[in-house]
Design a binder for this molecule. Structure first.
Ligand code: CIZ
Length: 328
C-alpha cells in the first residue's frame, strides 16, 4: 500500500481499492470511535451519510457544534467552505473532508481579488458576507451571516448604515425587501437554487392545491413570490414540523427532505423541480461527491486535511466570531 500523502490525494480524495464485502458503515463507526472523531453532516448530504453523523444541521449549527465538541478531529461531510469555517474557529482541531473537490458555485462566484476591488469602491460601507465564501473573502469581511441569522444581524445595524452584501444576489434582494435596506449586492448566485422552475412549481400547485411551497431565500424572486414560506434549511424544517399542512413542495437542495420526512413521517414532501431535469429533484453535485467510501478512507488516513494560511485564518475568524456572538 502506498502511504505517500501526495499519491493518496492525487484526485482530491483518498482513492484505494477496498474489499467488496467491507461493511462501510461499521468500519466508519469503529474508526470514528477509535480516533475520537466528530462526524458532522450538512442537511444536503445523502441520507446514508446523515444517518451515521454525530451532528446534522446547517452551516451555522455545525460551526457552533464544532467549537464545542471535545473531539480532536472533525470530519465535515459537506462542501469545502464548511470545513474551512470550522477550521477557522477551531484551529487546534484537525479538520478533514471526504473530497476536496466538493466546492460551492456561490463561493466560487466571488474571487477575493475581484471582490477586494469591488469593496474598495465603497469605502464607507461595511461588508456583510454570507457564509458560502472562501476564507480569503471572510478575511475581507466585517461580519459573516448565514441564511438563519442574516435578517436579524442586518437589522442590528442602524438603518442608515451603508452595507455591501455578497455573494448571493437573490438572498441579498430578499433581505433588502424585508429590512427596507438598499444594500449593494455582489452579483453571485447558487447554481442549485437558481434553477428551480416557477412554471413547474405552479403546475404542481395546480395538481396539489393543498401543498404548501417552502423556499430557500437563495431562490430567484419569482419562486419566492409564489411560496408560502421562505427560510433557511433549519427554518423550513421547523416550519414543516409545526404547520397544519400535511403536504409540502420544497424548493431547496433535496437532501433536506430526509430530515423533514424523519421529523414528520406522516407528512408528504416533494422536491420542487428545476427547469432542466426529468428526475424532478434538484441535487448539488458538489454535496453529492461525498460517499461512504470516501468518508471511510478519509477517517482511515485523516486526509484530505483543511489547512489555512494563519494570517488569513486570524482575519477570517473575527467576522465569524462576531456572527456567533450575535447568534447566541
Ligand atoms: O447555511 C447553510 O447551511 C446553507 C448552505 C443553507 C441553509 O439555509 O442552511
Amino acid at each position: 500500500m502506498n502511504n505517500n500523502k501526495y499519491e493518496l490525494l492525487k484526485n482530491g480524495f483518498v482513492d484505494e481499492i477496498i474489499p467488496e464485502d467491507i461493511d462501510l458503515i461499521n468500519e466508519i463507526l469503529k474508526l470514528k470511535k477509535e480516533k475520537n472523531v466528530s462526524l458532522m453532516a450538512h442537511f444536503y448530504q445523502n441520507k446514508e451519510i446523515q444517518d451515521i453523523a454525530d451532528y446534522i444541521g446547517d452551516s451555522l449549527a455545525l460551526a457552533q457544534m464544532a467549537s464545542k465538541t471535545k473531539s480532536n478531529i472533525i470530519l465535515m461531510a459537506g462542501v469545502y467552505f464548511m470545513g474551512e469555517t470550522i477550521k477557522i474557529i477551531s484551529p487546534e482541531k484537525k479538520v478533514i473532508i471526504p473530497d476536496k473537490n466538493a466546492g460551492c458555485s456561490l463561493a466560487d462566484s466571488c474571487p477575493a481579488d475581484k471582490f477586494n476591488e469591488f469593496k474598495n469602491k465603497f469605502p464607507n460601507h461595511i461588508v456583510v458576507m454570507y457564509v458560502n465564501t472562501s476564507a480569503e473573502i471572510k478575511a475581507l469581511s466585517d461580519i459573516v451571516v448565514t441564511s438563519s441569522n442574516a435578517v436579524d444581524i442586518i437589522n442590528s445595524f442602524p438603518i442608515n448604515q451603508d452595507i455591501i452584501f455578497g455573494p448571493d444576489k437573490n438572498l441579498g434582494n430578499y433581505i433588502n425587501g424585508i429590512t427596507g435596506r438598499n444594500m449593494i449586492l455582489w452579483d453571485g448566485a447558487c447554481h442549485v437554487h437558481e434553477k428551480f422552475s416557477v412554471e413547474k412549481i405552479v403546475e404542481l400547485k395546480r395538481e396539489y392545491p393543498e401543498a404548501e411551497v417552502l423556499a430557500h431565500p437563495e431562490c430567484k424572486q419569482p419562486v419566492l413570490l409564489i411560496s408560502d414560506f421562505i427560510g433557511s434549511t433549519t427554518s423550513i424544517l421547523n416550519y414543516s414540523k409545526k404547520s397544519n399542512s400535511n403536504f409540502f413542495i420544497v424548493a431547496t437542495e433535496s437532501g433536506i427532505l430526509h430530515e423533514m420526512k424523519k421529523n414528520s413521517p406522516n407528512k408528504r414532501f416533494i422536491p420542487a423541480p428545476p427547469n432542466d431535469s426529468t428526475c424532478g429533484c434538484n441535487d448539488c453535485e458538489y454535496m453529492k461527491l461525498n460517499t461512504l467510501k470516501k468518508i471511510y478512507l478519509s477517517l482511515k488516513y485523516e486526509l484530505p486535511e483543511i489547512k489555512i494560511d494563519e494570517e488569513i485564518r486570524k482575519k477570517a475568524e473575527i467576522p465569524i466570531k462576531r456572527m456567533l456572538e450575535l447568534s447566541k
